[in-house]
Structures are given as C-alpha cells and as structure tokens.
Design a protein around this ligand. Structure first.
Ligand code: SF4
Ligand code: SF4
Length: 358
C-alpha cells in the first residue's frame, strides 16, 4: 500500500467534510445480475443481465476517463460468475491510480470458483482487497434462507482456504444481513463459526440491515424489518457494537462501530440519520452503464453512454443535480446500508468530532 493512495483517500474524505467533493471517490459497480443463490429476501437470482451490458472496452473507457476512485465495491448478483471478472478488475486497477480499497462479496455457492478468481485478482497486485462471505444464520438456518443446501459449509471452506494460504493484501469477513428471518441469531451464528474456525473474532463480521430496493434487490413485497421486532433488532445492534469495542486505530473498526451506533437510530425510526452523500461521495453503477445514487433508491440519473463516459458531465446534468437536491432535503427513501452509509459517515466526521459520540 503506497502512502500516496492513503493520502488521496484522506483528501477526498476531507473535501467531503468541507462540502467540496468534485467527484465521487467511492463506486459500487454491479457487474452482473446473474446469481446462483436462491435467497428468500432478494430476487436478483430471478433476474437476468440487461440486453446491452457495458462491454469491457466501454468499461475501460469509463475507468480511463474517471481515474479518481479510491474505493470500489464490485457487486452482483454473484460477481464471481462473470467469466471475465479478472480482466475487468485488471482494467480498473490499471486506470485507478488512487485506489485504496477493492471489495467483493460472494454468496459462496461455488467455492472453487470464488477461490480461483480471488487468486487471479491477487496476482494482479491490488493494493488492498477484501472479500465478504455471506452468512446469515446457523448452518441449517443459513441454507434455508439462501435456498442452497451446503452453502454454510462452502462459505467456511473459502474462509479456511485463505486462512491456510494467507495473503497480506487480502482481508476476509463474514457478512450477516439482519432481517426478521434471523434476528436474535447473530451470536449463535458467530459461535457456530467459531467452533470450526477458532481464530475468527467479532471483528471478522460485518453486519448489514436488510433493505428494500426496487431496482436492485427487487424485494418490495417482502417483509424485512417488522415494527414488532424492533427491540430484537436494537438488542442485536447493541450487542455487536459492544463486542466491537476496541482501542485499535484501525479505520475499518471505527467505521463499523459508527455504523452500528447510527443503525440503532435508524431502526428506532430515523430514516435519514445523517446527511447522505450519495451522488457526491458515492455512486452506484448498473451493468448497462446506468448510474443511480445508491443501491436503494430507484432513481436513474443518466447512462454512461449518453455522457461519453464522463462522470463530471453526467453529474452536472439536470437529473443528477435534481436527485442530489432531493437527497439533501431527505426526499429519497432513506436507508442505512453499509455500501452507502460508510462514505456518509466519513463525510460527516466534523460534526462527530465536534459533538455527538458513538
Ligand atoms: S442476496 Fe446476494 S446471493 Fe442472494 S439472491 Fe441477492 S444477489 Fe444473490
Ligand atoms: S439515504 Fe439511502 S436511499 Fe437516500 S440517497 Fe442516500 S443511500 Fe440512497
């Protein structure tokens, strides 16, 4: 990791705090809608890729013309199902000299494929790579929620592989998506993992609150967080927040604790717990080049093709400016999902420093 990359990220965060972001520094790129899972609370697996997805040449043009991302989440569907994933990553690495952090999630349905692709990506020498393996419950419960028999075992197989073959650039996490279906089982899930992987710790867990999204999960008709379960949600968040208490100066640990602290306000009914920085610090990109503020709000603000792959043009056009105004006045649906909440937390550090605590 070069100090220059850290410096660029710090600079972008400072600018966000001063309300002077010239461009988003965090990109969430959905590289495919294909998914080999059968989750109960997300219908991406029932969808197919758009008829005219971005080609690799177009993706290269995009990153070449927008070389200022410090943080990129590659997501899906299951991103590892893209046969050209390594080529795509090679392109973004080639044209992102400021990249500090590259993150991919995996549903772990095809462990050999995930392991192979991660090895290919490591061979490309990314600065800092993290892999989050979805794990939403105890073994039986997780396999039911994900609709795939043996899925829990496969997630642990991937983790175990990289524990045996560690790489200092790779960080492994388990991702627990908290919903009505698994609230109250977080501790049991972690203990079940620990019985098989004794070196795992609370810090190896990311928590995400289940959300509705019309354009992404397409799960508006699914009940995810009932009001009657609110006390149980708050208890889970409080437990994890307390367990993640640390004196470590690790910025990831800080972000996670702050996310959990504010998630309690969100669950208690505050749908916009902080001024959101979507379209300012962060951006969501669909497989066909459509840009949206985030994974939650179904509000396309333009296509890369119609703006010659220049984000500055797309964000300066009326749809993006209008959407940004609506975000500023809390007229979007509101959410607290880590992909979008982390840059919002980082861009609201000054009020934190000056007053509120977690
Ligand atoms: S939650 Fe993830 S693994 Fe499950 S269907 Fe949606 S994209 Fe696939
Ligand atoms: S608050 Fe949530 S839904 Fe609204 S724009 Fe920000 S990330 Fe999207």
């Amino acid at each position: 990791m070069t100090p220059v990359r850290s410096w660029h990220l710090a600079q972008a965060i400072l600018r966000a705090n001063l309300n002077r972001s010239p461009h988003p520094y965090k990109l969430t790129f959905m590289v495919t809608r294909r998914c080999n899972s059968r989750c109960l609370q997300c219908t991406i697996w029932k969808q197919s890729d758009p008829p005219d997805p971005l080609t690799l040449d177009e993706i290269e043009t995009f990153f070449r013309r927008n070389p200022r991302f410090s943080w990129i989440d590659i997501t899906g569907g299951e991103p590892f199902l893209r046969p050209d994933l390594s080529e795509l990553i090679a392109i973004l690495l080639r044209h992102s000299p400021r990249l500090y952090h590259l993150h991919l999630p995996s549903n772990a349905v095809a462990p050999a494929l995930t392991i192979q692709r991660i090895q290919e990506i490591l061979a490309l020498d990314p600065p800092r790579l993290s892999l989050t393996l979805s794990l939403d419950g105890t073994p039986e419960q997780h396999d039911i929620l994900r609709g795939v028999s043996g899925n829990w075992r496969n997630a642990l197989e991937i983790y175990r592989h990289f524990e045996r073959h560690p790489d200092p650039r790779l960080q492994l996490y388990f991702g627990f998506t908290l919903s009505d279906r698994n609230v109250g089982t977080l501790t049991a899930t972690m203990e079940a993992v620990r019985r098989q992987l004794p070196h795992t710790h609370w810090r190896h867990w990311h928590l995400n609150l289940a959300h509705h999204s019309a354009h992404y999960y397409q799960n508006e008709n699914t009940t995810l967080r009932s009001a009657s379960n609110r006390p149980a949600f708050l208890e889970e968040l409080t437990t994890l927040h307390a367990r993640k208490r640390t004196r470590s100066p690790d910025p990831v640990a800080f972000l996670e604790r702050r996310y959990l602290a504010i998630a309690r306000r969100f669950i208690a009914g505050q749908h916009h717990p902080m001024p959101c920085l979507a379209l300012s610090s962060s951006l969501f990109l669909d497989p066909d080049g459509t840009c949206l503020p985030c994974s939650i709000w179904d509000r396309p603000v333009g296509g890369l093709r119609e703006h010659e792959f220049q984000l500055s043009r797309l964000l300066a056009a009326a749809p993006a400016r209008q959407a940004r105004q609506e975000i500023l006045s809390a007229r979007c649906p509101g959410c607290w999902t880590p992909c979008d909440a982390y840059p919002t937390i980082l861009g609201n550090l000054l009020p934190t420093i000056h007053g509120s605590s977690s």
